[in-house]
Design a protein around this ligand. Structure first.
Ligand code: HEM
Length: 369
């Protein structure tokens, strides 16, 4: 298939446009993001978020008698390795950044997790996460924490909690005051929290869930997308093999022994109202924006039971800002994440960049708090 002329003129690594200053009053437009206030006001709000996430991490460590963990997604079910292969006949519109012609296949580390910032039984209400790290990705990166990675973070809800970073941080603080307060927050914010609340129901297998990006991302300099991963049909043919406290790890162990896979899709922004950038609580429905297949993530048969692997899994750090400009995160909720993820990572003294499938042997780096 040949790319349409307008797309062919955009080079795969062209930088995306900056948010509009000032925002266009009351109007979203295609592929465009808006500062809330202006860049400086956003920076001040995000600096406050950094303090808040440290308070949340400190409170969670104290109240759950645990060492300092991720502000969210503290409990991993396990980490697995695999390959992200691009479909040769993928839509020309998708061929930017790590999906460009000639790119890949990419080796990946994937971490499956529960949503809250403390360890709890898998039977509790919670979101589930799938974080995918592509390795060996060339070119300048959006932030300098990692040199050669592109991360894709997803949860099993098509929308995150809230329309923007302010909503999300209110939820983070409610959650830190106890699970009941977190659920009460979602219930009282059903306009924004409805899909996110439904997605907190217990699940029987992390590899049979669909995972969505929640926020929007640039794709090249001229397009906005969300992304999602759906399990390959094989996931629906197997019986989940775990229950109870660590049922999702038990099931992941069994699935990884057999090998499993996910298909990865992009949803393109179609118009500014049904597929907005700034209001992340507005689901981009498949009717409005059908998922376009890009590639497949294959996890070959492997064992997840290894102390070194678990320690490494804990040290790993994922961020939507680990990556190249062609996939720059968009919208307030994603701009906030540029600050909050690094803050959480530094506070828990995490962060080690994998270069391949081997588990780094050196001591984890220590960061400034
Ligand atoms: C918009 C949709 C979002 C999705 C899909 C998402 C997904 C995820 C996932 C999958 C992880 C686990 C990463 C890992 O395995 O290490 C994670 C971690 C985390 N998330 Fe989010 N998240 C979202 C929004 C947010 C927002 C808005 C904030 C706060 C402003 C936030 C704060 C965090 C923090 C602090 C961590 C832990 C980071 C670390 O210490 O490494 N998330 N998120």
């Amino acid at each position: 298939m040949k790319a349409p002329d307008a797309v062919a003129q955009v080079r795969p690594l062209d930088p995306p446009r900056l948010p509009q200053v000032p925002p266009t009053a009351g109007a979203e437009s295609l592929n465009t993001e808006y500062y809330i206030g202006n860049a400086e006001q956003e920076r001040q709000a995000f600096t406050a978020f950094v303090r808040q996430i440290h308070e949340v991490q400190a409170a969670q460590a104290r109240d759950n008698a645990q060492e300092t963990q991720r502000g969210f997604h503290a409990k991993a079910h396990g980490c697995v390795t695999g390959w992200f292969q691009l479909f040769p006949d993928r839509d020309p519109r998708t061929r930017f950044g790590v999906f460009a012609d000639g790119a890949g296949p990419w080796p990946v580390w994937i971490r499956y997790s529960n949503g809250v910032g403390w360890r709890q039984t898998d039977n509790e209400l919670d979101a589930r996460g799938m974080a995918v790290k592509l390795m060996g990705v060339p070119g300048p990166k959006l932030i300098d924490e990692e040199k050669a990675t592109q991360d894709f973070l997803m949860t099993n809800s098509p929308t995150p909690v809230g329309r923007d970073g302010f909503d999300f941080m209110k939820f983070a603080q409610a959650n830190a005051s106890g699970k009941a307060a977190g659920v009460a927050f979602l219930v009282s914010h059903t306009k924004h929290g409805g899909p996110a609340l439904l997605s907190t129901l217990p699940v029987s297998s992390a590899v049979a869930e669909t995972y969505w990006s929640g926020g929007a991302f640039h794709l090249g300099s001229h397009q906005a997308v969300k992304f999602l991963a759906k399990p390959c049909s094989i996931a629906h043919q197997r019986n989940p093999q775990g229950s109870g406290e660590n049922g999702l790890r038990d099931d992941l162990r069994a699935a990884a022994k057999e090998g499993f896979c996910f298909n990865f899709y992009l949803q393109f922004q179609t118009d500014a109202f049904r597929t907005p950038i700034e209001d992340a609580s507005r689901e981009w429905s498949e009717a409005d924006s059908p998922p376009i297949p890009v590639g497949r993530i294959d996890v070959p048969s492997q064992s997840i039971d290894d102390e070194k692997r678990d320690a490494f899994c804990k040290q790993l750090s994922y961020s939507p800002w680990h990556g190249v400009a062609a996939h720059q995160p968009m919208g307030h909720i994603n701009r906030a994440r540029k600050y909050v993820y690094s803050a959480s990572r530094d506070y828990r003294r995490g962060g080690v960049e994998p270069k391949d499938f081997s588990i780094p042997q050196e001591n984890p780096p220590h960061h400034q708090q």
